[in-house]
Design a protein around this ligand. Structure first.
Ligand SMILES: NC(=O)c1ccc[n+]([C@@H]2O[C@H](COP(=O)([O-])OP(=O)(O)OC[C@H]3O[C@@H](n4cnc5c(N)ncnc54)[C@H](OP(=O)(O)O)[C@@H]3O)[C@@H](O)[C@H]2O)c1
Length: 201
């Protein structure tokens, strides 16, 4: 498949790129700083672009089969509408280009529960932006999947549990490698269309 990755320089995004290449896909990494990607591969194209610019996205995403977004704010406590603004630009570009499949990374803190309420309060501006992003994705008319993991780690496993519309029980953390595996599986296996999916170790 031809995969278009937004957030490819991030910790989860890098896992997406690496695993997608191992799985035999062609990957376009759409990034604001191409120099951050040291990886070279014959099936990897790195494009400089603004993830908030619908027209730049539109030009770059032609002829792709799916878009994966693992964007996240570099400063989590600073108010930002980056996730929302990028979701608006991305979903508009996808609808114009005819790319239908979108898998985005969100957060388990949006599920009900007291620990999540606490996390949501501490990171309220980021959580507000993340929820606004989800709303844009859900109303996009695309074949979307929203992945909601708990705390992310650098551990080395790629296995995961998943549950539509709820967090897996007692799932308090998850490796970024496993998040990437879930997002790629959802695309390859055509699963979880128009679903919010709780994922965890
Ligand atoms: N950390 C956790 O425990 C946790 C738990 C649950 C969910 N999540 C969610 O997971 C997501 C990603 O996490 P992560 O740890 O993989 O993120 P990360 O390592 O911080 O990477 C963030 C990515 O977003 C890009 N980005 C940030 N601001 C941008 C902007 N204005 N324009 C274009 N690109 C921009 C970064 O690009 P540059 O390299 O150019 O900065 C980078 O590629 C977040 O949305 C977060 O809510 C995290």
């Amino acid at each position: 498949m031809n995969l278009f990755v937004i957030g490819a320089t991030g910790r989860t995004g890098r896992e997406i790129v690496q695993q997608a290449l191992v799985r035999g896909h062609h990957v376009t990494a759409f990034v604001r700083s191409p120099e951050s990607i040291a990886l070279r591969h014959e099936r990897l194209t790195v494009l400089r672009g603004n993830a908030m610019d619908e027209n730049e996205l539109l030009r770059a995403m032609q002829n792709h089969d799916a878009v994966v977004s693992t964007l996240g704010p570099r400063k989590v406590f600073k108010p930002s509408s980056m996730l929302h603004d990028s979701a608006v630009a991305t979903t508009r570009a996808m609808n114009r280009s005819g790319v239908k499949r979108l898998v985005v990374l969100s957060a388990a803190a949006h599920f009900p529960g007291i620990p999540n309420r606490i996390a949501s309060f501490i990171m309220r501006s980021h959580m507000h932006d993340s929820l606004a992003m989800e709303a844009i994705v859900q109303s996009s008319g695309l074949d979307w999947t929203i992945a909601r993991p708990p705390r992310l780690t650098e551990e080395d496993y790629t296995t995961y549990r998943s549950r539509e519309n709820a967090a897996p029980k007692m799932g308090f953390s998850m490796s970024r490698k496993a998040v990437a595996a879930f997002m790629l599986d959802a695309i390859e296996q055509k699963k979880h269309f128009r679903q919010i999916v709780g994922i965890a170790k």
